[in-house]
Design a protein around this ligand. Structure first.
Ligand code: URA
Length: 284
């Protein structure tokens, strides 16, 4: 039977309901030892014991509060949580491995020596802010569409967009997987045959910004994510990473996004956040 209980992560200050029981592969990956795929291999190889008994079923339910899990005889400890902010360059995948051998963001954080997962994805051709963490509860919450965490992008769009197109982006456009939620869209400037705009959305659907622009008859020429909730890319150099400040983790995790569920439009300042200089640098 699956049970629920209120769970508090005091250091990031948020409440969330989750199940007490977890599958064995998840317990191992949550402990920061490796990916779930790796964990499944270790389990299959008989290297993992639960309460002293070898378990070879990755979907075996475990109560992390009560059951003792060991890998190669060593107790599995909950890993210290780590939260990174990476400035993903264009041309890098957010997946761990690629059959075509294209570069992955993991090559940029090799020196970390810890297993982390991206909080949401960015397309190969999108650059900008990517959060990576071993705190899967935090990641799930930030990615959960119900939490409506705002994500902000700088867009260079093909053509000079008219006000009617801008309004459609703001109000929601029809995509093949349903209408988009209201968005905050600000025209930054028109240059030549391009429009520079800033768009804040509260969903994270596949290629969403690109598809929204296509739906209004334009095309994305350049896409940079500049913020997730209150966390901004700031002065970080492209391809570099830094750890999130505790205050940033608190701000992101502590925002009561659920309470805002009634209000669909993302809450952002009227004037796009970040100074003119920051936006200019990101526009390139
Ligand atoms: N929207 C997109 O179209 N691509 C991304 O990478 C992120 C948001």
């Amino acid at each position: 039977m699956r049970r629920g209980r209120a769970f508090r992560i005091s250091e990031v200050g948020y409440h969330f309901r989750l199940r007490t029981l977890k599958t064995l592969d998840r317990v191992l990956s949550k402990a920061g030892l490796g990916s779930r795929t790796e964990a499944r291999k270790w389990i299959g190889a008989g290297r993992v014991r639960v309460n002293g008994k070898v378990i070879q079923t990755p979907d075996h339910w475990v109560d992390p509060q009560r059951d003792e899990v060991t890998l190669d005889g060593k107790a599995v400890q909950a890993a210290e949580r780590v939260y990174l902010l990476l400035y993903k360059p264009k041309g890098y995948l957010t997946t761990y491995k690629d059959p075509e051998g294209r570069p992955s963001v993991y090559a940029l954080i090799e020196d970390l020596g810890r297993h982390v997962v991206p909080v949401g994805r960015l397309d190969l051709d999108t650059s900008g802010l990517l959060i990576l963490t071993n705190d899967t509860l935090f990641a799930e919450r930030v990615m959960n569409p119900e939490c409506k965490v705002p994500k902000t992008y700088l867009v260079k769009a093909a053509g000079v967009l008219g006000e009617e197109q801008m309004e459609r982006l703001r109000n929601g456009v029809e995509l093949k997987d349903g209408p988009t939620r209201p968005a905050v869209v600000t025209r930054l400037r028109d240059r030549g045959s391009s429009t520079f705009l800033e768009i804040t959305i509260t969903e994270g659907r596949n290629r969403q910004v690109r598809r929204m622009l296509e739906a209004v008859g334009s095309k994305v020429r350049k896409l940079v994510r500049t913020a997730i909730g209150p966390v901004r890319i700031g002065k970080l150099e492209i391809g570099r990473w830094r750890e999130l400040e505790q205050a940033e983790v608190n701000a992101l995790a502590g925002e009561d996004w659920f309470k805002r569920a009634a209000d669909d439009r993302p809450r952002v300042r009227k004037r796009p956040p970040g100074g003119q200089r920051e936006r200019k640098r990101l526009r390139g």
